[in-house]
Ligand binder design. Sequence first.
Ligand SMILES: Cc1cc2nc3c(=O)[nH]c(=O)nc-3n(C[C@H](O)[C@H](O)[C@H](O)COP(=O)(O)OP(=O)(O)OC[C@H]3O[C@@H](n4cnc5c(N)ncnc54)[C@H](O)[C@@H]3O)c2cc1C
Ligand SMILES: *[C@@H]1O[C@H](CO)[C@@H](O)[C@H](O)[C@H]1NC(C)=O
Ligand SMILES: *[C@@H]1O[C@H](CO)[C@@H](O)[C@H](O)[C@H]1NC(C)=O
Ligand SMILES: *[C@@H]1O[C@H](CO)[C@@H](O)[C@H](O)[C@H]1NC(C)=O
Length: 536
Amino acid sequence: MLGRALVTLSILGGAWAQSEFEPADFNVTEALLQKGIDVSSIPALAGLVERSSPSACSIACSSLQTIFGDHKVITQQSASYGAFTNSYWSVQQASVDPYCIFKPTSVTDVSAFVLISRLTQCQFAVKSGGHAAFSGASNIQGGITVALEKMKDITLSSDKKVASIGPGNLWYDVYTRLEKENLTVIGGRVAAIGVGGLTLGGGISFFSNRYGWACDNVASFEVVTASGIILTASPTKYSDLYWALRGGGNNFGIVTKFNLETISQGQMWGGSRAHLETEFPAVIDAFVNLGMNAETDVDAAQILSFASAQGMKIAAADIQYAKPVDNAPIFSEYLAIPNPIVDNTRVRSLSDLTVQFNASNPNGLREMYWTATYKLDKEMVTFIKDVFYEELASIADAASLVPAATLQVITKPQLANMAKHGGNPLGLSPEDGNLLLLDLNTMWSNPADDERILSYNKRVYSRTVEEAKRRQLGENYLYMNYASQYQAVVPSYGEANQQMLQKIAAKYDPTRVFERLQPGYFKLDGAPAGTGSGGA
Ligand SMILES: Cc1cc2nc3c(=O)[nH]c(=O)nc-3n(C[C@H](O)[C@H](O)[C@H](O)COP(=O)(O)OP(=O)(O)OC[C@H]3O[C@@H](n4cnc5c(N)ncnc54)[C@H](O)[C@@H]3O)c2cc1C
Ligand SMILES: *[C@@H]1O[C@H](CO)[C@@H](O)[C@H](O)[C@H]1NC(C)=O
Ligand SMILES: *[C@@H]1O[C@H](CO)[C@@H](O)[C@H](O)[C@H]1NC(C)=O
Ligand SMILES: *[C@@H]1O[C@H](CO)[C@@H](O)[C@H](O)[C@H]1NC(C)=O
């Protein structure tokens, strides 16, 4: 199937390739009619036909109001408009003003929406949990923001092996619902993160050493394509689209249901242990050794953050164990480190742990995430830590600053799980060895500091990446869920995977609706901010 699309593509150069999902003469008006929406009966659209139109989005928003009623369309005049934009995690996203907000309640609403956007050529963005940090990632200035928050069904298959999750759910909703059944799914570690963004970009969970990333544990996706068709993509049906959605982001359609494989899960153990600078060498040893030895006990997980508070250097080790076991032997090196200034590790539920981590990520601040990947190496961890604190000096007086360099290991067992269900497009394999993943994350409040905080991020990125190259510890992969708008994520998956993703997009979406009409976030050709490079 794919082969045929490829051949046509190379002849036509992509723009109007033949596609079995959308004929070259696809008629949007006719497609809407088939969904019971008669364009000629919508006053605002009559205006479009006569070309006496005001802006495309004014027409699109009034059409949505005519079709769906005021309760699904929030305009700038609505009382709830401000509360909606304030629901984003970062101030950069909360400062974006869409022309209107559309809140679909069903997959057919989403399907009609895509066609209305095409007909009017009004651009849109899609929001699940709203935790992507940069402006325009899931909100759009002057366009339509599709908020999935009313699509929150959670149902279990009769054999309880698959949970069907509506795309407006947050992980807290999912975990608390499944805990009643002693089940869970592979998802996020912070309560308020959305199912949508995390899963489409990858998704690292507490349980990833046993099961892999969130995207590798999806049984199937229900997706609305560019021509409004509703497909269920799985390892056996539309398997190319299924592959693309496991890390390819928002470029292929709007996912209206995440059908996730369940696992048995009761209480677990976990929390944070924080240490001062005197213990840093021991903390780094414990982190690297646990990363190297992940295979020996795949119930263990860890996140190590170097941070700074009131001028004090702090290393916070978030450690978790999938079983309700205190102080499992795999953590002995961490647990032997004396004098923790914080230790709240204990046996608890998954949802409880995600609420604890949520508390340290409040809404209402400016946010930047920046990522890099290296081979796992102890000297490299120390180098990253040193560069982080050195460069931090240049922004230390920024108001409300909360800076951290958060490190994780993409372990061999995680990499091996990426081969599940036909593999994913991330371009990683167990032969890459254990990888060290940086999430450089910064919170601050004053826009006057934006520029120097950006330049701080670029310096930490380029100094550490150059050092890794020098030591032959370089790795190209950029993790979408931690990347900044200046980073070219999809090209970092490797040329072959990038090209395959482009071919799949051309097959299911020949006019590139999800790239042109939905310009925000990581597109298939480069960085959102258009620099085209991995960093500086
Ligand atoms: C505090 C915090 C904790 C985090 N913890 C983790 C973690 O434990 N593990 C991890 O891997 N990552 C984690 N992340 C990163 C997180 O995965 C990304 O920020 C992710 O984009 C958030 O998803 P969201 O749905 O909340 O975001 P949104 O901003 O709503 O969406 C992000 C992107 O996905 C697209 N999208 C969302 N839903 C759909 C859909 N249904 N169909 C098509 N496109 C869609 C949006 O259009 C947007 O472009 C964390 C981030 C933060 C801020
Ligand atoms: C598209 O379909 C509509 C409704 O069936 C029809 O009126 C219109 O002529 C068609 N347009 C084209 C270009 O075929
Ligand atoms: C979940 O596990 C607990 C503890 O083992 C048990 O008491 C309870 O009956 C289980 N619930 C279900 C729905 O299986
Ligand atoms: C997560 O934190 C935010 C901001 O502090 C808060 O508004 C929200 O209620 C929390 N969500 C959950 C599910 O705990």
